[in-house]
Design a protein around this ligand. Sequence first.
Ligand code: AMP
Ligand code: MG
Length: 337
Amino acid sequence: MKKRKFLLLVLTLGLFLVGCASEDKLESRKEFLMDTIVELDLYGSGNKKAMDQVYDELFDIEKKLSKTISKSDIFILNRDKKARVQDETYYILEKSKDYSRRSKGIFEPTIGGLVSLWDIKADHSNRGLPDPKEIERLLANLDYEKIELGADNMVEIASEQSLDLGAVVKGYAADRARDILLENQVKSAIIDLGGNIYALGSKPSGEAWRIGIKDPAEKEDFLGILSVKDKSVVTSGDYERYFEYESKRYHHIIDPRTGYPADNDLRSVTIVSDSSMDGDAYSTIAFILGLEEGLEFVQSMEDIEAIFVTKDAKVYITQGLRDKFELKAQGYKLMDS
Ligand code: AMP
Ligand code: MG
């Protein structure tokens, strides 16, 4: 009896040690930041330092770019309309203006006033919808060309404007996390910023990562599974943040042509790309543009793949994803585009 117990202990220890020595060792950490749950899973050994370095950077990015943290560059700019910002903030504003130009103003970083007016998180049962006159007034102030990026990191916006970089910050942060992991020789990791995912390298076994794409109708956990290596996978959808009022859904992505949440044939757009910041900007843009124009926009760019889900349960995938996407949820029809 005693002998058997000893054998069992040795076997258990043996398994444990094999587990430790293998490439599968997992360093995992979860935090609430950037208004979402951020989770990092790093495979391989000795990754504690890399993990700490990534989280230091993520908290730092939030401190510079959050609209609500006082002392952040964006908070100060929105309050004073003129400020000297840090290099990273300046770079993100430059990139944002570029996304705006490419999308002919659909991507609109001066959308801050309208985002606050819609206040998606508030209880709307008593207060109702925003006053259309107020929407009109704020619409007139939208203009990314009025973000002046001057010498020595001086930035100025028009007196009635307010910035919101929520459509690209998580993507930018995912790219920074990837860069830091690569500098630390981490070869296999999942960076998940509230569904804004970067799949670094491959699984420790060498196989592709299998990323679950959420079912926008929320009937099943997953719409399907995407197999990728070294790719960013970012989704924008009407199911992420929204309120319902008189049986209609009002979500967080504002169409700068109307001042109302984008209302077209789409439920969600997923972008697969190398740069997560690009993926984040393009998913927001394509979601506002709708199926036809959104697909055209995405297909006009090299090395960008996409999954569009329509309100009538059709799933359009671009050429490059044909052998990488498996539809899982019932009731959807897969379409080629
Ligand atoms: P995403 O979830 O990446 O599609 O980004 C949505 C977030 O971007 C919103 O919560 C707002 O903070 C911001 N936003 C909303 N509408 C726009 C727009 N038209 N252009 C740029 N940012 C927007
Ligand atoms: Mg986005």
